[in-house]
Design a protein. Structure first.
Length: 623
């Protein structure tokens, strides 16, 4: 095992010429669209129909009337059709809707007696009391759902608040940070008295990061060493920059010491796993094979992290594919008798998925905790992924969610069909919106895959159709535009080169920054060093998170080996899934001149821990 690990890890550190390659352990190259079969995704076929065709049509008309404020039409629609499973919730929606006609006490009390479990019941009970009702039926007691953390993600160090000297320094630093002027920033810092140890450490790390991005490893290490001797989370970040700079200088001994120090001090799981994995790489270069396996096993414990996944790949640990589909029939036997669950299933049949989400959440609050896992799987079967994600993080006391619940696989298909691996589309969607179809970012991105208006316009022009905001709420349309945008990014030879990490980065930051980074990021041909050298904080985390999501979806779908994960573990660049030819390439280290005072740095607005909106070129500076 150690010999095998040594060979694999050693390859990632060597500056080899670029060439296409089939990854070790993988059959052939990709000759077709990479289509992960998400076999774990259950379907509605496993849940019995709640409505007949006439009821579906009638209820659709009723709910449309309620949404449009046509109260008389809605009431007539309910009164003229035979009673069904959605009568109560339709009336509840109508009674509580803004601007709806006044409802007297008797209908309110009657509705409470009929369906006290509905999410509107508490509001209806208050209305009834206001109308003079005294002897109201008891409502189910709602339990508090407790937040549970999910998959690890890198935690960002926070700036010190309330320090007036530090706040004034931050304002003075802005032009130097914007222009990537590390020496000037360092001079300003060293001439600023009265900083707290925390503020001093923060700016030492930030200046070290500017130097690192410019390829000035010597000065990066000087400033990072000062930062790592400081206090707080910024000291850990300083140690991380120091170790990366040492790695890039081929100083494996100090890199190993630095990464080991980060692993011992990091307060978040993601950074700890990263440091352990990078320490194993340094151990390999320094010919310390006795340490490699132990570090990888330690990193592999964090199996839902990006580097934990890579460690598992190095150790040849098999992912256990999970299939919830076979369980849904038995789950329905448990929770299908609950009125709210039947109502939610019927609402899905008529397209009222947002209301179905509300009903399932209500059932989670009032239901038996022992039925919670059954409820989650039924929500998945109903293709309510936002509900599933919510339930994965909000559980009754004593209940622990599973990883599978954090990676829902709705039974959706883009309008034009699948053109790229659906696991990759879902990996983006999970990170972009948590599968919420109406969420809007400050930058104006909308829906499941956070489609920017420009992307929607390009898509509409290409397809000869109109795309409005309502269309973007449809999963099939939003995902169709999203996958087409991924294809465009994939095909930008001078920007992404079809390399998966760069395509993912471009989806978040936009193609222009990624194109700029091709000239300024000094990664020595190493895809992992490229990822850790991405100038935008958000994009660095986005790339690792989406790749992690992708691998989790692949495993959940029963895929025995992840091509992209295998490539990265071998120091190779995975190509976008489905491209013809080899599935990965090894890149040569680009020659670059070590920074010195006579060299003018490349101006690329290298943001220090910047926030970037999805596919936006606008950078918002950290405080």
């Amino acid at each position: 095992m150690i010999r095998t690990l040594a060979i694999v890890l050693g390859l990632s550190a060597l500056p080899l010429p670029a060439f296409a390659a089939t990854i070790a352990g993988e059959p052939g190259g990709n000759t077709r669209l990479g289509a992960t079969q998400l076999v774990g995704a259950p379907t509605l076929e496993q849940i019995p129909d709640q409505l007949d065709p006439d009821q579906r049509e009638a209820y659709r008309t009723v709910f449309a009337a309620i949404r449009d404020g046509k109260w008389t039409d809605a009431q007539i629609g309910l009164d003229t059709m035979k009673p069904g499973p959605l009568h109560a919730i339709a009336r509840a929606e109508m009674y509580t809707a803004k601007g709806s006609p006044r409802v007297e006490m008797e209908p309110l009390v009657a509705l409470l007696n009929e369906a006290p479990e509905l999410p509107e019941a508490e509001q209806i009970s208050r209305l009834a009391a206001m109308r003079g009702a005294v002897d109201l039926p008891p409502l189910p007691v709602a339990q508090r759902l407790i937040w549970q953390d999910g998959a690890p993600r890198r935690v960002r160090a926070k700036s010190l608040k309330g320090d007036m000297i530090a706040a004034d320094l931050a304002l003075k630093m802005q032009p130097y940070v914007k222009a990537d002027m590390g020496r000037e920033a360092q001079s300003l810092l060293e001439s600023t008295p009265g900083l707290t140890p925390e503020a001093l450490t923060e700016w030492q790390q930030k200046i070290a990061w500017i130097y690192f991005l410019q390829g000035d490893d010597a000065n990066a290490r000087v400033m990072a060493t000062k930062a790592q001797d400081g206090v707080g989370d910024w000291a850990v970040q300083g140690r991380w920059v120091n170790a990366l700079s040492a790695w890039r200088q081929n100083d494996c001994a100090n890199a190993e010491t630095g990464f080991e120090g980060v692993a011992a001090r990091a307060g978040d799981v993601d950074l700890r796993a990263a440091a352990l994995y990078w320490a194993s790489r340094a151990d390999m270069v320094c010919a310390r094979p006795d340490k490699i396996e132990g570090r990888l096993k330690a990193a592999a414990q964090f199996s839902e992290s990006f580097y934990g996944q890579l460690a598992r790949q190095q150790l040849a640990m098999k992912d256990k594919g999970t299939s919830v589909g076979g369980l849904v029939a038995s789950d329905w036997k448990v929770v299908g008798k609950r009125p709210n669950v039947r109502v939610a299933a019927a609402l899905v049949e008529v397209g009222e998925t947002d209301l179905a989400d509300t009903v399932i959440r209500q059932q989670a609050k009032i239901g038996d905790p022992r039925e919670f896992a059954n409820l989650v799987r039924v929500a998945e079967a109903l293709s309510l992924p936002a509900t599933t994600v919510f339930l994965a993080h909000n559980c009754p006391q004593g209940v622990t969610s599973t990883a599978e619940a954090r990676y829902p696989t709705p039974n959706w298909t883009p309008d034009s069909g699948w053109h790229i691996d659906k696991a990759l589309v879902y990996a983006h969607t999970l990170e972009e919106s948590r599968f919420r179809n109406t969420v809007k970012s400050p930058a104006g991105a909308y829906g499941l895959m956070q489609i920017m208006p420009a992307a929607a316009t390009d898509f509409a022009r290409e397809r000869g159709t109109a795309i409005d905001m309502k269309a973007l709420t449809k999963p099939s349309t939003n995902m169709d535009i999203g996958q087409r945008h991924l294809e465009r990014l994939r095909d930008m030879a001078g920007v992404t080169g079809g390399l998966l990490p760069k395509v993912i980065a471009a989806y978040n930051a936009g193609p222009r920054p990624v194109g700029d980074w091709n000239a300024i990021v000094h990664d020595n041909g190493d895809p992992l060093l490229y990822i850790e050298s991405i100038p935008y904080w958000e994009t660095r985390g986005y790339v690792t998170t989406v790749l992690r999501n992708y691998w989790m979806y692949e495993a959940q779908g029963g895929k025995k080996a992840s091509t992209s994960r295998n490539a990265l573990a071998q120091g190779m660049w995975p190509r976008f899934p489905g491209l013809p030819g080899a599935s990965a390439v090894r890149m040569a280290a680009k020659p670059y001149t070590q920074y010195h005072a006579s060299v003018t740095p490349v101006q690329a607005t290298l943001a220090v821990n910047a926030n970037v909106g999805p596919r936006s070129t606008t950078v918002t500076r950290a405080d």
